[in-house]
Design a protein around this ligand. Structure first.
Ligand SMILES: [Zn+2]
Length: 201
């Protein structure tokens, strides 16, 4: 085994361990804190999965783009699952018009519109599911902020822009991946609810 391969595998197992630990903690919290309503039960029973290859690529991108937020999509399922990283143009918008864009890329993301559109066109053309939207939180925890929710329901606050698409938020601290959390739309609660993410090898 070459040194590079070894490092890649070591890195992968670190990500996988952190993700599993974080999701186990999240699942435990749910069991303890939240009464089992029908909506919550449905979310718990639905399985949301991502390949380890995709999750590792997202974590690596989040580390590479630190201290800025990174963003992108996961499209397709099974053997067709692929990630589509998108350029975060928040810094550019902030520099051009700080009044309209008070945040820079350390605390916000804005997808480059042409790249964003190309992914939506690709999933239409190839008839692939738009599985996840992901972004990172540099030096912050992996939570779904009010801004994230507003951005996910940009047309109508009571409906997600992408029905059936879950959101992955990645926490990166000091340039190192910490954990990922996943949020799925709950139609009864009309809100995004944290839900376990299964990372499949
Ligand atoms: Zn966010």
């Amino acid at each position: 085994m070459t040194r590079r391969n070894y490092q890649t595998i070591a890195k992968r197992s670190k990500y996988a361990t952190a993700i599993v630990a974080a999701n186990t903690m999240a699942a435990d919290r749910k069991t303890i804190d939240l009464p089992p309503t029908p909506a919550k039960l449905r979310i718990t029973m639905s399985k949301i999965a991502i390949s380890r290859r995709s999750m590792d690529a997202i974590a690596a991108q989040a580390e590479r783009e630190f201290p800025d937020e990174c963003c992108g999509f996961v499209i397709g399922a099974g053997a067709d699952e692929q990630i589509r990283p998108i350029t975060n143009i928040q810094n550019r918008k902030h520099a051009e018009n700080p009044a309209a864009y008070p945040r820079d890329a350390r605390t916000a993301y804005l997808m480059e519109p042409k790249e964003h559109l190309a992914v939506l066109e690709e999933v239409d053309r190839r008839k692939l599911p738009l599985r996840f939207v992901y972004h990172s939180h540099p030096d912050h925890d992996a939570y779904f902020s009010p801004t994230d929710r507003a951005q996910a329901c940009s047309f109508d606050p009571t409906e997600p822009d992408y029905p059936g698409t879950a959101y992955i938020v990645v926490s990166v601290r000091d340039g190192k991946f910490v954990r990922a959390a996943t949020f799925a739309w709950d139609s009864a609660a009309r809100d995004f609810i944290e839900t376990p993410l299964i990372v499949e090898s």
